[in-house]
Design a protein around this ligand. Structure first.
Ligand SMILES: [Fe+2]
Length: 204
């Protein structure tokens, strides 16, 4: 009787045959959350867990409001109309870019304190205290008024937060609230609101 030639595959055990290839990605990755939102992983930074937790809460609120303001700048950058279109279109994007930097500074400050930074749009929408603008287009003057109101909210809260973290001994967070959040927002309010002055460019 003829016999089949034995191949290398026949010699592998059943377990060995089921093993994925060494170069095939295993996409079935699942896990529980390794750190819950609101929990602090204590790092050797000379601050107590309570101080880190309190600072993280203030930083996350500022982060949610800053992300909302950042996105409002892009909305208005796209939707602006009128004779000052080009100037506002460009200024809105400059302010957007500055807010992008603040967002990253806030989020990384939260992480380095052992916390978890808010990130996703739905979580930002649930957390921000800045009033939601309509989906539709509004006149440039209304855009500026909305932005100025959002800035003022962030400025008021940043001053309060700066004092709170300073009293708790968290100098690094105090520096972020003052040097990054407060100073940038104050500057942008100036640039914005000068556009609401009814001054003629050709007569006094
Ligand atoms: Fe653009």
């Amino acid at each position: 009787m003829a016999t089949r030639t034995e191949t290398k595959s026949d010699n592998l055990s059943a377990t060995q045959k089921q093993q994925p290839s060494e170069v095939a990605p295993d996409l079935d990755q699942r896990s529980h959350e390794t750190q819950k939102f609101g929990e602090i992983v204590k790092l050797p930074n000379g601050l107590s867990e309570k101080v880190c937790k309190d600072s993280v809460a203030l930083l996350n609120q500022c982060l949610a409001d800053t992300i909302t303001l950042r996105d409002m700048y892009k909305k208005h950058h796209w939707q602006v109309v009128g004779p000052t279109f080009n100037q506002l279109h460009l200024m809105y994007d400059q302010h957007f870019e500055a807010q992008v930097l603040i967002v990253d500074i806030l989020a990384e400050r939260i992480q380095l304190l052992g916390g978890i930074a808010l990130a996703m749009a739905a979580d930002i929408a649930e957390t921000t205290k800045i009033k939601r603008p309509p989906r539709g287009r509004e006149p440039a003057a209304v855009q500026i008024r909305r932005l100025a109101e959002a800035h003022e909210h962030i400025i008021i809260e940043a001053r309060k937060a700066a004092k709170a973290v300073d009293e708790a001994g968290d100098d690094g967070s105090n520096d972020v609230f003052v040097s990054n959040v407060l100073r940038t927002n104050e500057l942008q309010v100036w640039f914005l609101t000068e556009h609401l002055v009814a001054a003629s460019p050709v007569s006094a």
